[in-house]
Design a protein around this ligand. Structure first.
Ligand SMILES: NC(=O)c1ccc[n+]([C@@H]2O[C@H](COP(=O)([O-])OP(=O)(O)OC[C@H]3O[C@@H](n4cnc5c(N)ncnc54)[C@H](O)[C@@H]3O)[C@@H](O)[C@H]2O)c1
Length: 330
């Protein structure tokens, strides 16, 4: 079995990736457990993996773990991942997403692994109006401190491939949704607030469009790229499910049998990207990957999952309420 080291494996998508990779790979995880990390997400696989609580911005510790693990493959999910938080304070984004990536790339060079999978995002392209799509050759034009830090991560990985011949693949997934997402992101916020009959804050008029990709489809795409992808290449990972935020909210309210009067429009996020849309011909043709989760079914199952796991959200509530007070101004 190949040895795989996964950064950010206690996060939302990283943990789904670990759950899917166990059995096919010998998996170890590095995660420093920020507010967004939670080992509970790994409870079903904890006896199958090795877990290191460590910060990827710490070169000594990271080098020690990589030298101990000697992975064949490193999959880099660890990041500060929330745009709104990057608007409040960009520092942790610069530290983890840029410096942390550089530390990992240098360690990877030193140990000589066979593949470094660098997880970027569709947000590095900037935004679109109603028409058009991003291909892998579209110029990067990020707009938030988060997406700028991810663009730097993306470009650093490609620079190490070109300059140092490090075997890097760059992946740019669209907006993920599903179980275990930290409840600062739109979907769990809607579900939790609707459940408690609280006002649901929606930026602007809710017209911003995202391409909604189920977390299980995203993790499977990454595993398939690891098997069939070419080093030095970039692959978009999208679902084709483009939805306006307001339509997502209304669908969830319908599923939960709650009134639309709970929706409260709040001042827009500064610099809010209007629309993202990925052209995914490359991953479909070269890797033979396609998404399988129907969006309506995925929304229904996700809503049911949060309603059955309210305790998990409630455990994070004190910190969340303080955060919500800062970002959503009525
Ligand atoms: N969520 C999305 O819709 C989406 C879309 C495209 C790309 N991505 C990218 O996918 C990756 C995972 O996203 P997510 O939504 O699962 O994020 P997340 O915030 O849920 O998880 C991030 C994980 O990284 C860990 N982490 C953060 N800083 C660290 C550090 N310095 N050292 C070690 N661990 C650290 C956290 O503890 C957490 O477990 C990120 O790189 C993100 O940019 C996410």
């Amino acid at each position: 079995m190949k040895r795989m080291l996964v950064t950010g494996g206690a996060g939302f998508i990283g943990s789904e990736f670990v759950r899917q990779a166990v059995g096919s790979y010998d998996v170890a995880v590095i995660d420093c457990l920020t507010y967004a990390g939670d080992v509970e997400r790994l409870s079903t696989v904890k006896s199958d993996i090795r877990f290191y609580q460590a910060d990827i911005t710490d070169p000594e510790k990271t080098r020690h773990i990589i030298n101990t693990e000697r992975p064949d493959i490193l999959v880099h999910w660890a990041a500060e991942s929330h745009v709104d938080r990057s608007i409040l304070n960009a520092s942790p984004f610069i530290d983890t997403n840029i410096k942390g990536t550089q530390v990992l790339l240098d360690c990877a060079r030193a140990v000589g692994l066979s593949l470094f999978v660098n997880i970027s995002t569709d947000e590095v392209y900037g935004d679109l109006d109603e028409k058009g799509q991003f291909t892998e050759t579209t110029c990067l034009n990020p707009s938030s401190p988060y997406s700028v830090s991810k663009a730097a991560q993306d470009m650093l990985g490609r620079a190490y491939h070109r300059t140092h011949k490090l075997p890097v693949i760059t992946l740019r997934p669209s907006n993920n949704y599903g179980y275990w997402q930290y409840p600062e992101k739109l979907l769990p916020v809607i579900i939790f607030k609707a459940y408690n009959n609280e006002r649901i804050p929606i930026y602007g008029k809710g017209e911003n469009v995202r391409e909604w990709l189920h977390v299980s489809d995203c993790a499977r795409a990454v595993l398939e790229v690891i098997e069939k992808g070419k080093t030095g290449e970039v692959y978009n990972i999208g679902s084709g499910n483009e939805e306006r935020n307001i339509d997502v909210v209304k669908t969830v309210l319908k599923i939960m049998n709650k009134p639309e009067s709970l929706i409260e429009f709040v001042p827009d996020r500064p610099g809010h990207d209007f629309r993202y849309s990925l052209n995914c011909s490359k991953i479909k043709e070269e890797i033979n990957w396609s998404p399988t989760v129907d969006f309506q079914k995925g929304l229904y199952e996700t809503t049911s999952w949060y309603l059955s796991n309210l305790q998990w959200v409630e455990g994070k509530l004190a910190a969340l309420r303080q955060y919500w007070d800062k970002v959503y101004r009525p």
